[in-house]
Design a protein around this ligand. Structure first.
Ligand code: PHE
Ligand code: ZN
Length: 867
């Protein structure tokens, strides 16, 4: 038996549900192996649905214990039930109630979808289609109901019982059991349902909304870890304030709960009033969490909270509209983080991650439109394209229509769609209405896969003091042009040129909505350097031939911080792809001047300028016949050279920042920026002089007072083979033996060592007592880090790296298909390797293809990857 390609669900086949469910009353008796769920569903025929259709309820891995219709047992010939669904052949054509009793085994639930247990805590995950693993249901987001949930459990096993909405009542049941009732007045789709039961500690605070509602906000964590939940709680309050200020969106319940659990397939989940989080994105203390962890916690807390409006109050009609909530909510959390931190620094981070994850996805076999038109397994569409390119589309819309119209459009979108399951068309309609614009050409961004290319060519006529800039767009798939907002300006030897006119520009933005255009600038007194795509105004690849001198002028003089950073990246990338010692030294000199002038004024920005493009970016730029060893060697020699030329300055930075970074820890962006620059300096010193670097890193490790500095020093040391490294790794492992989230960092650092022995190291680490195949964080730390962030060893020419990841995919698939499928996406760029590696990857992938009984998740990724 061979796994066939799974069937596709298509957007064009969308039909309204034949029935609706208005109310859901649940009674859940938690039990480790036999949890009973009694669901009373108030159903009625959908006036917009097929009046003759049978009633088919979704189910997955369910045992049906009993079924009643309007209080009477249903005759066996009237229905058919199995683990995968329940059909009523002759459903009433009037409102009626169904009572369903189902039974599930939360302890045996290794997929972490539906109701499961993690470290003894009961929790649920229902997006996208997990509610059908709790009871039979119309498990689709356009069926929205008001839920009341009664939860009952043994008091010793689950003293805390949480549900969606507001708490209604609670009390004892007999001597050793208790119950709690929760009511959520806001109609919601089943994917937002959640319950939690367990022994949990909490921290809480209160918040008064702009409407005067007093909200109790709480973060629940493993007992004893309450002191690590404070930052997340603070981020909740800041998110609530911000959404009122920035979007006029108040919170709408009396309680807002966040629960951290150890085993979770994704980052976090926006269940109504009861967000459930991977504990990695809640727990933080200076000794265990890095600055990057703090920033991620802040961003993800905000993201899930913002879903309360963009996702929950206004939800999606179907899963093809996933970007409607995800792209928009990523945009919102990015804006929040930009307001909390340095906006340009945050923008650079967003673009780096877009280029690292979304660009390769959009260039390979897993590419898809931001709004896909067909899927076999929706869980495989929680992608960088839907999330991050989806956010870029919202950002472009704001650039095109301006901040004020954008806010008006958002207000209108929320007002018109509140309580509804909406589409991308509904979203765009709100902005079309407030601006009077036709957005149908802009809407193509949702439909066209692939990254567009923007080519630019300038010509200067000194006699006429005129500069002409030709812009053209090329799309990876043929079709009508996209609407590309190009923010731009001209930079002279002394900085941005003034007194220049160009009627085609509006507020510094040119909208390229044709295949090509020519812009004419008058009054240009000297030969300018064009600064294009400022602030990365569109998710495109830019082709613009500039000399190093001109690029370095942008680094020194442009007013746009993003393009200053970009200019240094461009020079570095071209040096990685084709090394030239003379150009490298000129680049080092320019970096030196930059550091002298402003490193200490904006350390976070300076650290980003020093961070060269990754090996992945270089591979992405090459696009074919990629040899990761060659890229690695080239990048390494460039870094070595920069480290040597800049040595004195880097040491100066190190010394200058020592007092500020060695004091008491604070996770704020300015402090984090100083640490990041000091650690970037350390890493570059080590690149130029490994011996000195190892000594410096070892010293830094011994006096580090926080995880950011400790981990940075360890990461630097991990790149330098020798005793010092092995000793440091061993000491770190022992010191944090009881801290799984810290050991994840330790696993990841070792998995990304670019040396052939890393494979043995990984095998060894899989036998470490803290490693576990059933906790997705452990698997991601050890295996996904290797697959996604160790290009030379993952793509070894002998195929051993591919084989290792392939073994993990196979081993994981039966237990947790979602995580297995996600791991398999590491092969998304396999056709871009040179032929030896390509052959090895192909062999491995085809080997998996022959495995009987693959999950739909893995079969889908595999089928598309090999296509
Ligand atoms: N909807 C979650 C988010 O905020 C992601 C998620 C999807 C979590 C599916 C679990 C399962 O982006
Ligand atoms: Zn989301």
């Amino acid at each position: 038996m061979r796994t066939e390609t799974p069937p596709l669900i298509r957007l064009e086949d969308y039909r309204p549900s034949a029935f609706l469910i208005d109310r859901v009353d649940l009674d859940i008796r938690l039990d480790p192996h036999a949890t009973r769920i009694t669901a009373d569903l108030a159903l009625r025929p959908n006036p917009d649905g097929d009046p003759a259709a049978p009633l088919h309820l979704d189910g997955d891995d369910l045992i049906l214990v009993a079924i009643d219709l309007d209080g009477a047992a249903l005759p066996a010939e009237d229905f058919a039930a199995g683990p995968g669904g329940l059909t009523l052949h002759r459903p009433p054509r009037r409102p009626f109630t169904l009572r369903l009793v189902t039974q599930v085994d939360p302890t045996a639930n290794t997929k972490l979808m539906g109701l499961y247990r993690t470290d003894g805590v009961y929790c649920t995950q229902c997006e996208a289609d997990g509610f059908r693993r709790i009871t039979y249901f119309l498990d689709r987001p356009d069926v929205m109901a008001v839920y009341t949930t009664r939860i009952e459990a043994r008091r010793d096993e689950a003293p805390v019982l949480l549900g969606n909405g507001n708490p209604v009542e609670s009390g004892p049941v007999g001597t050793d059991r208790h119950y709690a009732v929760w009511h959520d007045p806001h109609p919601k789709p089943a994917y937002l349902f959640a319950v939690v039961g367990g022994r949990l500690g909490k921290v809480e605070t209160s918040f008064r909304t702009m409407e005067g509602r007093d909200v109790t906000c709480a973060v629940y964590v493993e007992p004893g870890k309450e002191d690590r939940a404070g930052y997340a709680l603070d981020a909740v309050v800041r998110s609530m304030e911000w959404d009122e200020r920035a979007f006029g969106r108040p919170y709408d319940l009396d309680v807002f709960n966040v629960v951290a659990v150890a085993a979770f397939n994704m980052g976090a989940m926006e269940n109504k009033g009861l967000n459930i989080f991977n504990d990695k994105y809640v727990l933080a203390a200076p000794e265990t969490a890095t600055d990057a962890d703090y920033a991620a916690i802040e961003a993800i807390i905000a993201h899930e909270y913002f879903h309360n409006w963009s996702g929950n109050r206004v939800t999606c009609r179907d899963w093809f509209q996933l970007c409607l909530k995800e792209g928009l909510t990523v945009f919102r959390d990015q804006e929040f983080s930009s307001d909390m931190r340095s906006r340009p620094v945050h923008r650079i981070g967003e673009v780096r991650s877009l280029r690292a994850r979304q660009f390769p996805e959009d260039a390979g076999p897993l590419k898809h439109p931001v709004r896909p038109t067909a899927y076999a397994e929706i869980n495989n569409f929680y992608t960088a394209t839907v999330y991050d390119k989806g956010a870029e589309i919202v950002r472009m819309l704001k650039t095109l229509i301006g901040a004020e119209a954008f806010r008006a459009g958002m207000d209108r979108y929320f007002a018109e769609n509140d309580g509804r399951a909406a589409t991308v068309e509904d979203f765009l309609a709100a902005f079309a209405a407030v601006t009077g614009r036709d957005l149908s050409a802009f809407a193509r961004w949702y439909e066209r896969p692939g990254t567009p290319r923007l080519t630019a060519e300038g010509r200067y006529d000194p006699a006429a003091r005129r500069y002409t800039l030709k812009l053209a767009q090329t799309l990876p798939v043929e079709g009508p042009p996209l609407v590309i907002p190009v923010a731009l300006g001209l930079v002279g030897a002394g900085g941005p040129l003034t007194g220049v006119t160009c009627p085609a520009l509006d507020g510094g933005v040119f909208v390229l909505d044709r295949p090509g255009a020519e812009l004419v600038f008058e009054g240009v007194a000297e030969e300018p350097v064009p600064s294009l795509l400022r602030d990365f105004s569109a998710p495109v690849r830019l082709d613009l031939a500039l000399s190093d001198d001109h690029r370095l002028r942008l680094l020194a003089r442009d007013s746009d911080p993003f393009n200053r950073w970009q200019a240094a990246q461009d020079v570095a990338l071209s040096l990685i792809l084709a090394f030239d010692p003379v150009r490298a030294d000129a680049f080092a000199q320019a970096l030196g001047t930059f550091l002298d002038g402003e490193a200490l004024a904006d350390p976070a920005f300076a650290a980003l300028v020093l961070a060269l493009p990754t090996e992945g970016e270089a591979a992405d730029a090459l696009a074919r016949d990629v040899d990761p060893d060659a890229i690695h060697a080239a990048r390494r020699s460039l870094r070595a050279r920069l480290g040597r030329v800049l040595r004195a300055r880097l040491e100066g930075i190190d010394a200058a920042l020592a007092p500020a970074t060695e004091g008491a820890y604070s996770p704020d962006a300015a402090s984090a920026g100083r640490r990041s620059l000091r650690n970037a300096a350390l890493d570059l010193i080590a690149a130029g002089d490994p011996e000195a670097g190892a000594a410096l890193a070892t010293r830094r490790l011994s006096c580090a007072t926080n995880m950011t500095d400790r981990l940075a020093a360890l990461a630097t040391l991990a790149q330098i083979p020798g005793e010092a490294r092995e000793e440091a790794l061993a000491a770190f492992g022992e010191r944090f033996a009881a801290e799984p989230l810290v050991l994840d960092k330790w696993f990841a650092i070792q998995a990304t060592i670019p040396e052939p022995e890393t494979l043995d190291r990984i095998e060894r680490l899989t036998r470490h007592p803290a490693f576990s195949m059933t906790n997705p964080n452990r698997v991601r730390a050890l295996v996904a880090s290797f697959a996604m962030a160790n290009p030379t060893q993952f793509a070894r020419a002998d195929g051993a790296g591919f084989a290792l990841v392939g073994r993990f995919v196979r081993a994981l698939d039966p237990a947790n298909p979602q995580v297995a499928a996600r791991l398999l996406t590491a092969f998304g760029s396999w056709r871009r390797y040179e032929k030896t590696r390509r052959a090895a990857a192909s062999e491995m992938l085809n080997g998996i293809k022959g495995v009987p009984g693959l999950s739909r998740d893995v079969a889908d990724i595999l089928g598309r990857t090999l296509q």
